[in-house]
Ligand binder design. Structure first.
Ligand code: ADP
Length: 447
């Protein structure tokens, strides 16, 4: 087992990883930018190293500074969390070259799944159903028109290197194809350094359903059920739940098995998420994330497993701690993302938190690095915490969520808490009857 893990991240996920390390008796090193010197993840770590200026490229994405921090502190492994360097294959390779373990999949698998075109090809070859589309990159507008005519409009133009909802453009009709192609290319070029695009059939009213996997890299893999992340704004998830209110037991077992078999064939290692759109009883692969996800917590609540501890054990060479038949799903869990944003306009609301009182009680979990007196820096994403509730049934879970949201006090800034308090009163949400467009359709047109 590792002696010391460096956590190459910030915010709630850095804290989350520190907690797992502490339970395993592993020392922790926090890294931080100058803007995060007073952050909770720095305060709770055993050691900390300042790695640069506030912009992420100078600190949380600064590979030489992070490797130097490992060498100075003697860390023998790095946990990348999510975002930043979590899906950077080159980072994983550089760490290995320095005899530091990257807590994640092989660099080869990170690279493969980071290229959405190759990821789709691989998924297809492993027996996973995919969204119909161009089997590869689009080079010319003539080619795009021909393929689009074959698939049928509307068409989604997607950047192969895209992520976080960027590099995706919808073309309703043929004359919108050319502008959509150039818009998707433009949006991907600067942030991802690659403007390769491909075409996909646009699914009208699907749900976003993703399957959590756990694998040891030696051909053993299990699935931990699905999460429903259909409540999104601008392709960003805001509310996630497990199990999905839309799936029945046989669909759950079917898609879980397809994914687990594929991961065994791939000899995948670590945690990962295979994402699908689900419409009319069919699953369509869209991408795979080769890392821990923000919403991993709902899977933890219904399985009783600590996914970060599992990741660390696997990275240290341990076999899987359980078999598929040992996985038990217990009750229902919902996570809502507490963002420092206005709950109507979604405008970021950085500033100082004057009062902070997280809810508690049975089945309530708050993963957050926020505290009274904490000033949210304007340089990073607006997620300041996650509220996760667990109960025996979905109805109980909704009642508990309502109660917990009512208890939550975050003063001094604006948050998304009022949005969720409003959502739990919506009949469609109560009934679990929503798709990926529901939230945007529901929000007033001026937002
Ligand atoms: P990213 O990597 O940017 O998150 P994804 O491929 O995971 O991109 O897609 C994010 C979201 O975009 C999905 O959850 C869904 O809401 C929407 N989306 C993606 N592909 C399609 C499609 N072919 N048809 C309709 N919606 C789509």
């Amino acid at each position: 087992m590792f002696d010391k893990i460096l956590i190459a991240n910030r915010g709630e996920i850095a804290l989350r990883i520190e907690r797992a390390c502490k339970e395993l008796g592993i020392a922790t090193v926090a890294v931080h930018s100058t803007a995060d010197a007073h952050a909770m993840h720095v305060r709770l770590a055993d050691e900390s190293v300042c790695i640069g200026a506030p912009p992420a490229k100078d600190s949380y994405l600064n590979i030489p500074a992070i490797v130097a921090a490992c060498e100075i502190t003697g860390a023998d492994a790095v946990h990348p969390g999510y975002g930043f360097l979590a899906e950077n294959a080159r980072f994983a390779e550089i760490l290995e070259e320095h005899k530091i373990t990257f807590i994640g999949p092989s660099a080869e698998h990170v690279r493969l799944m980071g290229d959405k075109i190759k990821a789709k090809e691989t998924a297809k070859s492993l027996g996973i159903p995919v969204v119909p589309g161009s089997d590869g990159p689009i080079k010319t507008i003539a080619e795009a028109k021909e393929i689009a005519a074959g698939i049928g409009f509307p068409i989604m133009v997607k950047a192969s290197a895209g992520g976080g909802g960027r590099g995706m453009k919808l073309a309703m009709f043929e004359d919108e194809l050319e502008p959509a192609l150039s818009a998707a290319r433009n949006e991907a070029r600067a942030p991802f350094g690659d403007d390769t695009v491909y075409l996909e059939k646009y699914l009208g009213r699907p749900r976003h359903i993703e399957v959590q996997v756990l694998a040891d890299g030696n051909g053993n893999a299990i699935h931990l059920g699905e999460r429903d992340c259909s409540l999104q704004r601008r392709h960003q998830k805001l509310w996630e739940e497990a199990p999905s209110p839309a799936l029945n037991e046989s669909e759950r077992v079917r898609i879980g098995e397809i994914v687990a078999v594929a991961m065994r064939k791939l000899k995948y290692r670590g945690v990962g998420t295979v994402e699908f759109l689900y419409e009319n009883g069919e699953f369509y692969f869209i991408e795979m994330n080769t890392r821990l996800q923000v919403e991993h917590t709902v899977t933890e609540e219904i399985t009783g497993l600590d996914l970060v501890i599992e990741q660390i054990r696997i990275a240290a060479g341990a076999p899987l701690s359980l078999r598929q038949e040992d996985v038990r799903f217990n009750g229902h869990a919902i996570e809502v993302r507490i963002n420092a944003e206005n709950s109507h306009t979604f405008r970021p609301s950085p500033g100082t938190i004057t009062h902070f009182h997280p809810p508690g009680g049975l089945g309530v979990r708050v993963d957050s690095g926020a505290y009274a007196g904490y000033t949210i820096p304007p340089f990073y994403d607006s997620l300041i915490g996650k509220l996760i509730v667990h109960a025996r049934t979905r109805n109980e879970c909704l009642m508990r969520l309502k109660r917990a949201l009512g208890e939550f006090v975050v003063d001094g800034i604006e948050t998304t808490i009022p949005l969720f308090s409003a959502l739990i009163a919506e009949p469609d949400i109560v009934d679990g009857n929503y798709d990926i467009h529901w939230l945007e359709d529901h929000l007033s047109p001026n937002t």
